[in-house]
Write a new protein. Structure first.
Length: 388
């Protein structure tokens, strides 16, 4: 299974094309829209999100709510495009038209300067339009199709906010997946621990008031995973590696950890590894899940627990020093709009990129021309590994 996304932030639309989804998966635009609306929301976002209404149109690969096995294309219109038609149009401008609003002032922390140098673009709009996290809407659309597929074989995925700036949410090991989903879907901060919401909001409000930005930590849980997804036999088949790469590819993410992650550096082996037991009903079990569901690049059958850290947003109302590439003079940029904190939105993005990788591992491992074939293969495999 693979997918491509296309589209500029202020261009006409985003397009996602997915290839490799089995036939007969029930798929409705409203399921994808549920994910998109969650991504678009979240406390701390800027004015752009009030302009957009992220609703998908399915333009191929689905008939009467069911996939055909052919490529699925999803289109998401940018409502902001109407304000940018002259700047973003694909046709050449008439000779005497002045190209307005050329971007020559790179923002520290964004892709502007590196991209301009690499692609020989003196108007850095040609870089920022694609480096913008607007693209994550297209990735969430792909991930929500993956989530539909996973749900059919008993796997649920949730991304939520673990920390914003210095405010850390408590773990809630007592909650079921359904409860975690319900709580986080209701929360403007996308947390499963509502007791920290007010402190998180206050931290975001303070950063905004100071013209600054803040980041945080997102966490994703995947439950119902069969043992043995991924493989130890070759580096590029290790599923934890694929998930880590995918999480790191989300705009502004600077680190990934599984289970206790970086904390294991200061612990002993006896405090870190997850002991193995067996019972007739459930097969092999782990007494703990400190490694976050992975050994040898393969799932252990315990929930996948993965965290990603997001840096503060680069575009600041309180600007940092930079250099205008036309004048070579130092400037302090003034900006029009930006998010102050996008960690809640990023948690939804992370949920969907992880879902994609897990679904991809499933489709690598099991025959899946159509959904019943996949479901039977997964059920047989679960039974074989239970009795092993
Ligand atoms: C959901 C989301 C929203 C974002 N919103 C903004 C924003 O409003 N302004 C900004 O400068 N960066 C924003 N970013 C971060 C930039 O897209 C990112 O820092 C930039 O593409 C450079 O890539 P890097 O940080 O991964 O190196 C956002 C990221 C995410 C995930
Ligand atoms: C458009 C989205 O996020 C954008 C990501 C982004 C960036 O630089 O990454 C900058 C902002 O865009 P604009 O400059 O148009 O205000 C965000 O709004 C979105 O998430 O859908």
């Amino acid at each position: 299974m693979r997918y491509l996304t296309a589209g500029e932030s202020h261009g006409k639309q985003l397009t996602t094309i997915i290839e490799g989804i089995p036939a007969h998966l029930q798929l409705l635009a409203e399921d994808i829209n549920h994910s998109l609306i969650r991504r678009q929301g979240g406390y701390g976002r800027g004015r752009r999100m009030k302009i957009e209404k992220d609703l998908i149109e399915i333009t191929s690969g689905v008939r009467h709510g069911s996939t055909l096995g052919s490529p699925i294309s999803l289109v998401l219109k940018n409502d902001d495009y109407k304000h940018w038609i002259d700047i973003m149009g694909a046709d050449p401008l008439p000779n005497d038209t002045e190209i307005r609003r050329q971007v020559t002032k790179p923002r520290p922390g964004h892709a502007d300067l590196n991209g301009a140098l690499k692609y020989n673009q003196r108007d850095m709009r040609n870089i920022l339009e694609r480096s913008s996290a607007r693209e994550t809407a297209a990735r969430v659309a792909a991930g929500s199709v993956a989530k539909q597929l996973l749900r059919e074989i008993g796997i649920e995925v949730l991304g939520f906010v673990k920390q914003i700036y210095q405010v850390e949410a408590n773990d809630r090991p007592e909650l079921t997946m359904k409860e975690k989903q319900e709580i986080s879907y209701q929360s403007a901060l996308h947390v499963i621990d509502p007791s920290v919401e007010e402190d998180m909001k206050a931290a975001i409000d303070q950063a905004k008031q100071d013209g600054d930005s803040i980041g945080g930590i997102c966490e994703v849980h995947v439950e119902g995973v069969p043992v043995g997804l991924g493989s130890h036999v070759h580096f590029d088949r290790k599923l934890d590696g694929k998930i880590a790469g995918s999480v790191m590819s989300i705009n502004a993410f600077k680190g990934v950890e599984f289970g206790e992650g970086f904390k294991v550096a200061s612990k002993r082996g006896s405090e870190v590894h997850d002991e193995i037991s067996f019972n007739e009903q459930d097969g092999y079990q782990r007494e703990s899940n400190r490694l976050g569901g992975f050994e040898g690049g393969m799932t252990t059958g315990m929930p996948i627990i993965v965290k990603g850290v997001m840096k503060p947003i680069p575009t600041l109302y309180k600007p940092l020093n930079s250099v205008d590439i036309d004048t070579k003079e130092t400037f302090k940029a003034s900006i029009e709009r930006s998010d102050s904190c996008a960690v809640p939105a990023a948690a939804v993005v992370m949920e969907h990129v992880v879902a994609w990788e897990v679904a991809n591992a499933i489709l690598d491992q099991f025959p899946a021309d159509f959904m019943d074939q996949l479901k039977k293969a997964v059920a047989d495999y679960r039974e074989r590994t239970r009795l092993f």
